[in-house]
Design a binder for this molecule. Structure first.
Ligand code: ADP
Ligand code: ADP
Length: 230
């Protein structure tokens, strides 16, 4: 497959509320897609559909050729191969930083603890948070916690990374340290889908940008087409 993500005619309702309307979208392998649009336009719902965190009502949605749905074997595959980083870090508060990174590897990949610990330490070191390995999440700053969340996701060696406003809960001075890591991933040919308001990031690394409004894709283009027009 040369499309990492392939979506056709996707429809999603929350009760009577029509949250995603006829979404059709291809994300080629190794490309970076940025999703922007006002609050409530369906951006989060769309990325959450991509790894099965939200169900959808009709249309087709394939990730790495796998149909996203309720087949548990398929969804186990998806969880192994697709990583996600959220706005609010989503670290386990009662686990140390190291254990936060070790446990998902044991659970999702069946790695033994020794291998998982080695992998976790390597990624914590890359994110420059290894000195905090024995601490708990609430002892770290927001920027540090988000880099732990990145280390945790990357330790699973995902083929696709999904980001849902990963910098919007951070203090301004911590935004760049997280964006830098994401830019490195994008340049290293990771397939990335990122909901963000960071136009600098979009201009620097996006291959394509989509603009959503009221559950629809209303504009689509390269960053140049999307941001440099009058
Ligand atoms: P965005 O990420 O663009 O801010 P969301 O995908 O979070 O938008 O939400 C799109 C719309 O769907 C919003 O109007 C939101 O209130 C609604 N919505 C999101 N999640 C739910 C839910 N679990 N139940 C009902 N409505 C929801
Ligand atoms: P986002 O950062 O995506 O805009 P929100 O703050 O809108 O997140 O939503 C946070 C959580 O609340 C999500 O799990 C979402 O599904 C849920 N949610 C959002 N809007 C509604 C709604 N109108 N009714 C019920 N749940 C909602």
């Amino acid at each position: 497959h040369n499309s990492a993500i392939s979506i056709h005619g996707l429809e999603k309702y929350y009760g009577d509320f029509h949250a995603l309307k006829n979404i059709t979208l291809e994300v080629p392998d190794k490309q970076t897609l940025v999703i922007c649009g006002p609050s409530g336009s369906g951006k989060s719902t769309l990325v959450r559909c991509m790894n099965g965190l939200e169900t959808y009502h009709s249309g087709t949605l394939k990730v790495l050729g796998l149909p996203i749905g309720d087949d548990t074997k398929v969804m186990d595959q998806v969880r192994k191969r697709v990583g996600m980083v959220f706005q609010n870090f989503n670290l386990f508060p009662h686990l140390t930083i190291l254990e936060n990174c070790v446990l998902p590897q044991i659970r999702a990949l069946g790695r033994d603890r020794t291998a998982a610990t080695r992998e976790a330490r390597e990624h914590l070191q890359k994110m420059q948070v290894d000195i905090h390995a024995e601490k708990y999440p609430d002892q770290l700053s927001g920027g540090q916690q988000q880099r732990v969340a990145l280390a945790r996701a990357l330790a699973l060696k995902p083929e696709i990374m999904l980001f849902d406003e990963p910098t919007s809960a951070l203090d301004p001075e911590m935004i760049s340290e997280v964006l830098e890591v994401m830019q490195e991933l994008a340049r290293a040919d990771m397939t990335i889908v990122c909901v963000t308001h960071e136009m600098g990031f979009a201009k620097a690394v996006a291959d394509r940008v989509i603009l959503m409004a009221e559950g629809e894709i209303v504009e689509e283009g390269t960053p140049e087409q999307m941001f440099n027009n009058p």
